[in-house]
Design a protein around this ligand. Structure first.
Ligand code: G6Q
Length: 546
């Protein structure tokens, strides 16, 4: 159903007209318990959404919208294994991968939990063998370097988790991620590695992805500079749905970890695509990550919308995109180990909700997924925060703040936290002309000098943010956080009436790249392109060093 035609949407439009100039700063001054009204918890995770351009009425109206669009029904359909990814005819069951309660989840009439548990057991056995030294390289040395070769969903999630859980790393194990078909990525990764002690995990759901297969072939060539063909089995394992292609590539299917069609790439870090995580931090910590994801699933499934974190975050996003006209959303973790978190969220959100067609195939007349971006604080403060504070766009920010660091260096953590809190306070409060004037007078400025500087130092404020606060970035907490954003994206997809689980938008470029590749060969006949592409192909052919 088109959300625009609901009375709830129209009511939100009227509400927006009444509220668009309301000041958060005044709302805070009027209501001492604004934080209590607008914060939620799930276990140790707190969401403070009080610094948003909302009143209690806004929340009620957004929830009424979600109810009118049957959000509960969609949650139920996802959790029960229904094929809600209609354009690919698939269920959307990443929640089953972390279903620690082990209750049956049926896809096409069959309980998928036994196969999930079997792969988890296979992963555990393999990780134990590698860590204990039962699984050795071809010269009898222990494996110490794991290189994951994958791209997109088969790279970003596991790479982000491995960075974030570095303090939990198994002693002596190193993990590397190669994704880009640019030879620089593989070459610089392999530069300091030794064939005898390196294990490659070739991760590809389809096992047809050009970048991954090219990198895997080159990795095998590198391995064979030292090892023999018969040694490949000890150094290459695969994660895929496609046993035939794995075997055709030359990896023994005994060394293959299965994944399934019902898990989308960007939702797959919870499956055997997470094998590099388990190899790096141990299976026990991987399972703690799954526990965290499961905890958030239970929260999402069972909490009333008023108390439901993913629902609230999703609805706030709708409020800004569709009513305030925000085009982007920043995610800023105040934790250096979460440096790759925004990139994973970028794929999760933009590939899921970057859609212009509704579930029935009609072109949409309203905005959907925003541009997601961000880098860790405090670095961002010295770069792009200028625009968030004083630019002409409204950019909602999510601040992600762990209270304790795994690296408690003197005062670093309190400085980091003070900065995170200061940013959200500054965005909300801003600085008025009167405040700037008083400050400048205090600094001894007056007359035309003061008047000319004054407008530049005004901060409009009233800029929204959420704060996610938690005691420490443990595997469970990370699992909760990732699952929170996955469900937030789902909530928004339901409101926008789009299928968040396909990604046809990545296909066209892939097809055209295949057509252009032979055109780059010298002396080949260039196929038909536009004049720009043809001229660029000719220039590349001229400039290519042979
Ligand atoms: C994610 C996308 C996409 C996918 C990659 C890799 O949801 O589908 O990013 O993960 O294209 O695909 P393979 O795992 O099949 O190589």
């Amino acid at each position: 159903m088109t959300p625009l035609n609901t009375p709830e949407w129209r009511s939100l439009e009227r509400h927006y007209s009444d509220l668009k100039y309301a000041s958060m700063r005044e709302e805070f001054a009027l209501d001492a318990s604004r934080f209590e009204h607008f914060s939620l918890t799930s276990g140790d995770l707190l969401l403070d959404y009080s610094k948003n351009r909302i009143t209690k009425q806004t929340v009620e109206k957004l929830i009424a919208l979600a109810k009118s669009l049957d959000l509960s029904g969609w949650i139920e359909r996802m959790f029960s294994g229904e094929a809600i990814n209609t354009t690919e005819g698939r269920a959307v069951s990443h929640i089953a991968l972390r279903n620690r309660s082990n209750t049956p989840i049926k896809v096409d009439g069959e309980d998928i939990m036994p196969s999930i548990n079997a792969v988890l057991a296979q992963m555990k056995q393999f990780c134990d063998q590698v860590h204990s030294g039962e699984w050795l390289g071809y010269t009898g040395k222990k494996i110490i370097d794991v290189v994951n070769i994958g791209i997109g969903g088969s790279d970003l999630g596991p790479a982000m988790i491995c960075d974030a859980l570095e303090p939990y790393g198994v002693g002596g194990m190193h993990v590397h991620f190669v994704s880009n078909v640019d030879g620089t990525d593989l070459s610089t990764t392999l530069e300091n590695l030794n064939q005898e002690t390196t294990l490659f995990v070739v991760a590809s759901k389809t096992f047809t992805t050009q970048e991954t297969l090219t990198n895997a072939q080159s990795a095998r060539t590198w391995f064979l500079q030292s090892g023999q063909q018969a040694d490949v089995a000890k150094h290459f394992v695969a994660v895929s749905t496609n046993a035939q292609a794995v075997s055709d590539f030359g990896i023994d299917t005994e060394n293959m970890f299965e994944i399934w069609d019902w898990v989308g790439g960007r939702y797959s870090l919870w499956s055997a695509i997470g094998l590099p995580i388990a190899l790096y931090v141990g299976m026990e910590n991987f399972e703690r990550l799954l526990d965290g994801g499961h905890e958030m699933d239970n929260h999402f499934k069972s909490k009333a919308f008023e108390e439901n974190m993913p629902v609230m975050m999703g609805l706030l996003g709708i409020w800004y995109v569709n009513f305030f006209g925000s085009q982007t959303q920043a995610i800023v973790p105040y934790d250096h180990s979460l440096a790759r978190f925004p990139s994973h969220m970028q794929q999760l959100d933009m590939e899921s909700n970057g859609k212009v067609t509704n579930r029935s195939g009609q072109r949409l007349s309203y905005k959907t997924g925003p541009v997601i971006w961000g880098t860790p604080g405090t670095n961002g403060q010295h770069a792009y925060f200028q625009l968030i504070h004083q630019g002409t766009q409204l950019i909602p920010v999510d601040f992600v703040l762990p209270v304790n660091s795994h690296y408690p260096e003197c005062d670093h953590q309190s400085i980091l936290l003070a900065n995170g809190l200061a940013q959200s306070e500054a965005l909300m409060k801003g600085k008025s002309a009167e405040e700037v004037r008083a400050e400048l007078v205090n600094e001894g400025l007056e007359g035309s000098e003061l008047e000319s500087l004054l407008p530049h130092k005004i901060f409009p404020g009233n800029r929204p943010s959420n704060t996610l606060l938690f005691p420490q970035l443990t595997p469970e907490m990370l699992g909760q956080l990732v699952a929170l954003y996955e469900h937030k994206v789902f909530v928004q997809g339901v409101i926008w009436n789009i299928n968040s689980f396909d990604q046809w938008g990545v296909e066209l470029g892939k097809q055209l790249a295949k057509a252009i590749l032979p055109d780059l060969k010298p002396d080949s006949t260039i196929s038909a392109h536009d004049s720009s592409t043809t001229s660029l192909i000719k220039l590349i052919r001229q400039l290519t060093k042979r």
